[in-house]
Each structure stands twice: as C-alpha cells, then as structure tokens.
Design a binder for this molecule. Structure first.
Ligand code: AMP
Length: 397
C-alpha cells in the first residue's frame, strides 16, 4: 500500500475522491465549508509534491442527470480562495473535454470535475465509467470517508486501475487511525456510550463492542425497549416491540462477556413530545400512561459521569435524550461535558455517528473531544466491524 506522505507525486496527474457535498443556500452560496477545508491538506500535499490534483466529488442528490442546483461549479470560487490559486472546472466528469483539460494540466494547477452523480453509473459502481475516470490520471487518492461504505465507481471500483498508485488521503488516514485505536488497541477501562432513537439501528455496533468494552452506557429512546423487556412500565415512551427479545439477548451477552451495562435508573418524562410539555422525574421503569421518557434523569447523569471519568477510552454514539429540545437536552449535555473532562485528564474519546456530532457542536465542545468523526454511516459500519468497500479497495490488491 502506498502512503500519501512518501509517494512521489512529481509530474503526476492525481485523481482525488473528495467529499465536497456541502450545504448551499438558494443563491448557491456555501453555508458551511468544513468539508472543503478538510480536504485541503491532501490537495496541498499533492501540489507541494509537484503533482496535479484532479478533484472529483458528489453534491446533493441529483436524479442521474445534469441539474444546475447540484453543479460543483458553485464550489469553484471558495475552493480557489482556500487554495490560493484559480481552480479549473470541467463541465463533465468524464468524456473528451475532461480528458483534454486533464491532459493539459501543468504542475501547480488544480482541476475540479463536475458532479459524479450526474451519471447513474457512479452509484452503480459501473466499471466502464470507472475506467473513463481512471483515464484522466496516473494515481488515485481516496479522501472521502463519508462515502467509503459505498461501492461506487469513484470510491471503490476506480482503485483497481491504479494497482501500484493508490492510497488514502489524510482525512481517511486520520479516521482509520482513531477508529482502529478504539477497536483494536484501546486503553482500559473502555466505555461505550450508545444513545439515539432505536435499538434496531445500533444492534450490530453494540454486538461488536460487547467483545471489546468494559462498560456499556445505554441512553436515548432505545432505553425503553430494554426497560420494557425487563418488565418495567414505560408509558408512551418510544419502544420497538419486536426487539424486546433482542434487548434481553444483548443484556445476557453483556453478562457473559463481563461487560457492565449502565441503563438509566431515572428519567425526565413529559406529557407530550414538546418543549412546552409538563415534565417530571421518575424511576425509568415507573412511567405512567400518557407520559413518555425523553431524557435521562439526574441520578443517572451522576452514575454515567462517574463511569466516564474513570475511563481511559470513550466511544460516544447517539444522544441521551431529545437534545434538540431545551427541556430534554441536559443528559446529552452532561455526558458531553463529562467526556470533555475525561479527555482533558488524558482519556482518548471518539465521537461519531450523526446526532452525537450535532450535539457536540451544539454545546460547543467539539474541540474538547479527542476526535470527532466526519463520516456518519461509514463510521457506524466500520465500528460494526464491517469491511468498507472503499477502504478494502485501497488496502488490498
Ligand atoms: P440516532 O440518529 O439514532 O442517533 O437518534 C437520534 C435521535 O434520537 C435524536 O433526534 C433524538 O431526539 C432522539 N431521541 C433521543 N432520546 C429519545 C427519547 N427518549 N425518545 C425519543 N427520541 C429520542
């Protein structure tokens, strides 16, 4: 496997799969350029090495055909500004114009290709299409972690055309480094905190983590499937009736593996799914009919905090309650603060998967976490122990 730090880019055209799937407003202005900034180290490394980056990405969800709203041309001005040089733009990602533009690139120049998903072949992982992309360059770098779990042409299939000249960019390298540390080389005690709405979304990741962690904290809406399975009264709380057996199975498995499971003991209940609802604090298994549990309670927060502060490795995925509403945000906030404190004391923390990242951002604690993953679905699948096609395509063959 080649490495971006040591690879000789001099004079080479380098096809780079980036993730420029940024939010645009109705004037096509970028409202958050985090993803573009995240790709800069890789692009700059290629430029400094004397190579010519040819950038490809998807943007939004076009319906397999050109649609101005999803054109990557909207990215050109900001990217040019961030790179401090004018970026050229190919109006189609494959075909004679892209080929001509790629061929005439000079060292120091950057070419951005039009949205890959204007071609249905991209998502199908079409080999001919991948071959057309491959034609543009001498080497391939994948730096789009968020799509690494998809076997698309630009994320996976294209790699086979560069058997000796393919590698990860810095963003993916960084993601893998942190996830591998947690999965394969954690310092103990290792605590996983799993929250969010449903058990069904988290079964595979919980199963995989039970092989590795010392403590498993369960929060969020999925708590009530566990509580009901154990015979508790959950009122109108969120529940997955068809997962009650599974919840018991996970608890048994945890016992077998000597994993300490921390289920909430108390919770904040509400008489409506609303920030204006009446609220009370009750034991987690004594919720009256007509009421629902929407956040963990103060006694639970105390217990969870203690577990977190005694941990050396912490993985957090999914909020503890309905943190989008002020009244039910306290559990999530306190968990985030405890992780920040533990991290400051020397623990390693990894936060990832959709809503926990949103929560960390909401409470302005991103900089206090060890690492915040950029790839929701991809991160989840990697932590489930799956081999991601985009990762495998570079690592093998
Ligand atoms: P996930 O995408 O699986 O991480 O789920 C996140 C969502 O779960 C957030 O939108 C939360 O509002 C929601 N959630 C967390 N706790 C609860 C709860 N007790 N009842 C209902 N929804 C919840």
């Amino acid at each position: 496997m080649k490495n971006i730090d040591t690879y000789d880019f001099n004079g080479k055209r380098v096809l780079v799969r980036v993730d420029f799937n940024v939010p645009l407003n109705d004037k096509f202005e970028i409202t958050d350029d985090t993803r573009i900034r995240a790709a800069l180290p890789t692009i700059n490394r290629i430029l400094e090495g004397g190579g010519m980056p040819i950038l490809m990405s998807h943007l939004g969800r076009p319906k397999d055909a050109y649609d101005e709203r999803f054109s990557l041309k909207h990215i050109v001005p900001r990217l040019s500004e961030l790179l401090g040089r004018e970026v050229k733009f190919a109006p189609d990602c494959v075909g004679p114009v892209a080929e001509e533009m790629a061929a005439s690139l000079k060292p120091g120049e950057v070419l951005l290709l039009e949205n890959l998903r204007f071609h249905p072949e991209e998502k199908k992982g079409d080999e001919q299409f991948a071959a057309q992309l491959a034609k543009l360059a001498d080497a391939y770098v994948n730096d789009a972690f968020g799509t690494a779990h998809r076997a698309h042409a630009s994320t996976t299939v294209v790699a086979k055309f560069f058997p000796e000249d393919k590698m990860f960019g810095y963003l993916i390298e960084n993601e893998l480094k942190h996830m591998d540390k947690v999965l394969h080389n954690p310092e103990h005690p290792f605590t996983a905190i799993m929250g969010g709405a449903k058990v069904s979304d988290k079964i595979l990741i919980i199963e995989n983590l039970l092989e590795r962690v010392d403590n498993l904290v369960i929060g969020g809406g999925m708590v009530y499937t566990f509580v009901k399975a154990r015979g508790g009264k959950i009122g109108n709380s969120l529940v997955e009736e068809d997962k009650l057996d599974l919840a018991l199975h996970l608890l048994d498995k945890a016992k077998e593996k000597n994993v300490k499971v921390i289920l909430p003991v108390d919770n904040v209940i509400a008489d409506a799914f609303s920030n204006d609802a009446n609220t009370r604090i009750t034991p987690v298994d004594e919720i009256p009919d007509g009421w629902m549990g929407l956040d963990v309670g103060p006694e639970t927060i105390k217990q969870v905090r203690e577990v977190i502060l005694n941990s050396k490795t912490i993985l957090w995925n999914g909020p503890m309650g309905v943190f989008e509403m002020e009244k039910f945000a306290e559990g999530t906030k306190q968990v985030a603060l405890a992780i920040a404190e533990a991290t400051e004391k020397g623990a390693f923390s990894l936060v990832g998967g959709g809503d926990s990242v949103a929560a960390v951002n909401k409470f302005n604690l991103k900089d206090k976490m060890g690492y915040v993953s950029t790839g929701g679905g991809a991160m989840m699948e990697y932590m489930e122990g799956k081999e991601l096609p985009g990762i495998k395509a570079i690592r093998e063959g």
